[in-house]
Design a protein around this ligand. Structure first.
Ligand code: HPA
Length: 277
């Protein structure tokens, strides 16, 4: 099913007039961030027409509506990844449904490996830009001109105003803060050390298996985008560790308190800010 409107209608009905302003997508190991939202309604993805059901541990598969410091939020607790079924458009319908239900922006979160020796696990990295190494796009296929243009400009894909609010929030919440370029590697295998060395030459600071498809869909339909990675490990070959999904989930959870402190401050700042221009 490709029509996002029935799911958007469902979300609007659930919101009872309090339409969400921000879509927050929670990635691997970050699902407990949802506990900080003053929740008004919860609905499983399988009750939202066309929503994908995540199959990976750490991805709950439910949408939570509520407020965080006065900002109305629709939180996607878990995502489906392109590697789960080969379709890079798995999150197209949910992101478009959020836009149609009222969201102006999305904050995307994920786990990622660090390619930068001075950006160790446990820290947060705000995306300044991305490299789409997968060669895939959720926008391939017929274009719906009512949703967005055929050719999408990705200059400034990660909104500079949101990035500076996030940076201010990190400073005020005393959370260590990095900014950098995220590279989308399709997965589900982790990378080889040779690939990681190549990605360093390409200018990537972090690597992960998600987020970029959601950014592409969001920019296509005119949503502002900010994205935050929790650095869960040094990428392959950068230390002697062995990579595992269980390891990334555990490290992700350790970074949750910092992310929550930062988002808590961010939503307070956002509540008083009209992000325009
Ligand atoms: N590679 C790809 N995806 C990831 C990694 C990694 O090292 N860590 C967390 N997600």
């Amino acid at each position: 099913m490709n029509d996002f409107r029935p799911a958007a209608d469902e979300i609007r009905a659930l919101a009872r007039g309090h339409l969400p302003r921000v879509g927050l997508v929670l990635g691997s190991g970050l699902e407990t961030v949802v506990d900080s939202i003053d929740q008004s309604a919860t609905i499983a993805y399988d009750a939202l027409p066309g929503f994908p059901i995540p199959s990976v541990e750490g991805h709950q598969g439910q949408l939570v509506l509520g407020e965080w410091n006065g900002v109305r939020i629709a939180c996607l607790q878990g995502r489906a990844h392109a590697y789960e079924g080969g379709d890079p458009g798995q999150m197209r319908l949910p992101i478009r449904a959020l836009k149609s239900a009222g969201c102006e922006m999305v904050i995307l979160t994920c786990a990622a490996g660090s390619l930068n020796p001075s950006m160790p696990p446990g820290h947060l990295m705000c995306f300044t830009d991305h490299i789409n190494w997968s060669g895939l796009s959720p926008l391939v296929g017929p274009n719906d001109d009512d949703v967005g243009p055929r050719f999408v400009d990705l200059t400034g894909a990660y909104d500079s105003r949101l990035r500076s609010l996030l940076e201010q929030a990190a400073v005020e919440a005393h959370v260590d803060w990095y900014q950098g370029v995220y590279l989308w590697s399709l997965g589900p295998n982790f990378e080889t050390p040779a690939e990681i060395r190549a990605f360093q030459y390409l200018g990537a600071d972090a690597v992960g298996m998600s987020t970029v498809p959601e950014c592409l869909v969001a920019r296509h339909c005119g949503l502002r985008v900010a994205a935050l990675a929790v650095i869960t490990n040094f990428a392959a070959g950068l230390d002697s560790g062995v990579l595992s999904h269980e390891g990334t989930l555990a490290s992700g959870q350790q970074a949750v308190p910092g992310m929550v402190r930062m988002l808590d401050r961010f939503f307070t700042l956002l509540a008083d800010t009209a992000v325009t221009g």
